[in-house]
Ligand binder design. Structure first.
Ligand SMILES: Nc1ncnc2c1ncn2[C@@H]1O[C@H](COP(=O)(O)OP(=O)(O)O)[C@@H](O)[C@H]1O
Ligand SMILES: [Mg+2]
Length: 343
């Protein structure tokens, strides 16, 4: 019997907050869902299920064997975990990271505390919960001020990098108001920017070729790093070097840190890790536990292509990786009848 996969997608974010950033995000999400369904239909029965207030009934009625949640979520600091939580409650196996890993990965400040504990290299940082917090004098300018629980460059603009305490506190105040606490302040690593894709679990992980993102051709007024403006408007002018020209020792240090970050947060099946290099030392900025999967646009499909994985092959590889993991974990899954169908 053909496996039935439920592709779960977010309802439009503009229904909740009508911003340029939300409009942009909605467009990417819609295109990604459409492409993934097109691929999956070549091999599986596919149903599309919206993450709305009818999701529980729709999931039960759909009788899917496996879910592919594409939901980064809309409201709440653990929004990326909401659909996995519903799926676990219903005993439906799903592709990708679990509730805890998505929550930790979405919260850069939590993730960094775990990286620190595990000796995983990450830029020195401070967490600001309110405007009366004072700057830790061990941090060296320039600093970058970021919302803790966002992605896709939301809240990251050219003026996010600050060179003195007055500008820092102004920016912290602004972000505390716009994004809710905490606000993350990090040392700005002035060096090359790389991203690393991992597919797999435990000792069967594969690394996609590491990609460098180069901002030399971006007009300086939009920032010399991956600001929201660069991410959304300057894809054509951003240079993607893949595989990155890098010495073997540095490559090994990058992979080692990326894998330890993946495992420390308990990620599953696939993820993308953002890194900056300073004097050949890698610093992990964040781990994307549900990285963008839009063909020709998102970083993971670009890197996969360099590894000989077409978009179709990448999506099937992710599905197969999840099925293998679920089979191994089977004894822990509440509703066995669902996993029995995954053969
Ligand atoms: N500590 C840092 N040092 C240098 N650049 C940074 C730092 N933090 C963020 N950036 C820049 O901002 C971009 C977005 O930051 P990131 O933490 O990855 O947030 P997002 O989740 O929005 O991608 C990065 O890709 C990088 O270009
Ligand atoms: Mg990032």
């Amino acid at each position: 019997m053909t496996l039935k996969i439920g592709v779960i997608f977010d309802k439009p974010q503009v229904e909740v907050n009508n911003t340029i950033e939300a409009k942009c995000g909605d467009k990417q999400k819609y295109a990604t869902k459409k492409e993934i369904c097109k691929v999956l239909k070549k091999r599986y029965d596919v149903v599309e299920i919206a993450a709305d207030d009818k999701i529980i009934n729709n999931l039960i009625e759909s009788k899917i064997d496996l879910a592919f949640p594409l939901c980064t979520g809309i409201i709440g600091e653990s929004r990326q975990s909401q659909v996995p939580a519903i799926l676990e409650m219903l005993g439906i196996p799903y592709i990708g990271s679990g509730i805890l890993a998505h929550s930790l990965a979405l919260s850069k400040s939590m993730a960094k505390q775990i990286f620190d504990y595990n000796d995983i290299s990450t830029p020195a940082f401070q967490i600001f919960n309110n405007i009366n917090d004072r700057l830790d004098c061990r941090l060296n300018f320039p600093l970058i001020v970021k919302p803790s629980c966002e992605g896709s460059g939301f809240g990251i603009h050219r003026d996010s990098v600050v060179y003195n305490e007055q500008d820092l506190m102004e920016k912290v105040k602004k972000l505390l108001k716009e994004y809710r606490p905490p606000v993350l302040v990090e040392e700005f690593i002035e060096g090359r920017e790389l991203t690393v894709g991992i597919i797999g679990n435990e000792d069967e992980k594969i690394f996609l070729p590491i990609m460098e993102i180069n901002f030399d051709d971006i007009p300086k007024e939009f920032g010399e790093f991956y600001t929201f403006e660069v991410k959304s408007n300057f894809g054509e002018k951003t240079k993607y070097l893949c595989p990155v020209p890098i010495n073997r020792e540095t490559e090994q240090a990058i992979k080692d840190n990326a894998e330890r970050a993946f495992d420390a947060l308990g990620c599953k099946d696939f993820a993308r890790i953002d890194i900056r290099l300073r004097e050949n030392k890698p610093y992990i900025l964040e781990i994307n536990s549900l990285p963008g999967l839009k063909p020709q646009y998102s970083d993971l499909p670009k890197m996969a292509l360099k590894a000989g994985l077409s978009y179709d092959k990448l999506i099937f590889k992710i599905v197969e990786t999840a099925i293998k993991r679920i089979k191994n974990e089977k004894e822990y899954i509440v509703v066995d009848s669902l996993t029995d169908q995954i053969s």
